[in-house]
Ligand binder design. Sequence first.
Ligand code: P1T
Length: 384
Amino acid sequence: MDEKKLKFNSKTIHGGQQPDQAYGAVMPPIYQTSTYAQSTPGGHKGYEYSRSANPTRTALEQSLASIESGTYGLAFASGLAAIDAVVKLLKPGDEVISTNDLYGGSYRLFKKVFEKFGIAFHFIGMQNAEEIAEQINQNTRLIWVETPTNPMMNIIDIKAVSELAKKHGILLAVDNTFATPYLQRPLEMGADIVMHSATKYLGGHSDVVVGALVVNDKALAEQLYFIQNATGAVCGPMDSFLVLRGIKTLHVRMQRHCENGRAVAQYLANHPKIEKVYWPGFAEHPNHQIAKDQMADFGGMISFVPKGSDFKAAIKIVERLQLFTLAESLGGVESLAGHPASMTHASIPKEEREKSGVVDSLIRLSVGIEDADDLIADLDQAIG
Ligand code: P1T
């Protein structure tokens, strides 16, 4: 069977997977071991120490590569550990152009950790490839794209940015956490690196913190593997197992996330007390056409601003929600609500975050796979 020819809904279940060699176990065993017996120094069966490699992690890494249409997968201890490994490809004096509207933790890693090692970051709106071109100079080594962006749901044209990156010999990395490969596959559109917080939709059950990278280029994979092994932020065997199990239902969960996302977005858009709804499925969304071209559907992430609302009024709404849990994170089967200004994006200075629309009254929803009617009823009582 040529696995590359499988359709996505088969790859989630079979991609990169074979029954276990020892007993034919259909799910890979959780190899909860740090080390492996050697008959003579170097005489091992492919595994010598679990920071370097572990069979359960290998199974996950092969699955990740398969669903992202890539060749090499690497699984990390968190999404941020995966991003950290990408930035460590760079050296002092190098420059990065990044989306200005992105997960607050990614911003914090770039600004507060890596800037002091002499790497410069330029945060810009990326809806227009010309604006990116203006920022490119001879030191630019990496373009970091998040699309849809967290939390403003802006859409960036991956193909257009990849053409620009290729023209200038710059690496393009895409954080595909919000979309997942069910909706969009950046490597197929010319990106060099795809990154995930697998904590979210890939795991899908809010029970792990895991990160992932997938690439096609062998030399790039080797460099990233070297960094992963040298710095050690690897995904453990139990967490590898859980994400692998999550991925097997990714396509069915995503289908429902998209259906429910659409129902909730439409409900909010028609609500007289709601000022603005950010969801790329609306024809009026400024990047709707690009979303239609590069995504299979529009996902379950929605942000909105209640009318005449301020910090306190927004907090009141999220506190009143009962079925939506007020919590950091997203992408699990259960619906979550968040207040970016005080939660996920609090590490971005107020003037910076407000420039990209992350105002004090913004509320973010991760629409789960419950019954949409119940979710809408909950929002109805909370908005009042
Ligand atoms: O939390 P971790 O697995 O380290 O992943 C970080 C990360 C990276 N990229 C995006 C787009 C993300 O959304 C995240 C984590 N985000 C949240 C915890 C959140 O609630 O937005």
